[in-house]
Design a protein around this ligand. Structure first.
Ligand code: HEC
Length: 133
């Protein structure tokens, strides 16, 4: 039975797409090449709820505005009202498994929320924080 269990586990492991851990590790390496280092979840935690003032409208914008403060819960898009699945991999196994999706949304979300692209350091901090949720 034990052998069967191990074989089954191996099979699942082999056919499972890249895990969040692998994908995040790859992206962190990439950000390090761009000069980032010592990624800190604490920096990302405080940035998650910090309000940034939109230059055009004067509105306050936050990451948690669309994604919720509790990352294990679904969020709601601040503009369209659409439900956004939880960002925490523990609540949503599809999270952080596609580097292109991550980069695409970092670009859009950072521009919309903060008014500029996030730095490699900030993106790494966010991923380290999200990965642990
Ligand atoms: C205006 C709404 C909105 C705001 C504000 C917002 N996001 Fe998002 N975010 C989205 C949408 C929509 C998606 C794509 C849909 C999805 O992945 O469920 C997304 C996806 C993501 C993803 C991709 C996750 C994955 O598993 O691929 C990350 C990472 C992310 N957002 C981080 C952030 C960060 C960091 C901030 C703040 C700088 C932020 N978001 C602010 C709407 C928002």
């Amino acid at each position: 039975m034990k052998t069967i269990a191990v074989a089954a586990a191996l099979l699942v492991w082999c056919v499972t797409p890249a895990s969040a851990n692998e994908v995040v590790a790859g992206l962190l390496k990439h950000y390090e090449k761009q000069g980032a280092s010592r990624f800190a979840a604490a920096s990302a935690e405080s940035m998650w709820t910090r309000p940034f003032t939109d230059a055009k409208s004067g509105d306050k914008r936050r990451c948690s505005q669309c994604h919720h403060e509790d990352l294990r819960r679904s969020g709601k898009h601040a503009v369209t009202g659409k439900v956004i699945e939880p960002l925490a991999p523990s609540a949503n196994p599809k999270r952080l498994t596609d580097p292109e999706h991550i980069e695409k949304w970092f670009l859009r979300n950072c521009k919309w929320t903060i008014g500029r692209e996030c730095t490699a350091q900030e993106k790494g901090d966010f991923l380290v924080m999200l990965r642990a949720k």
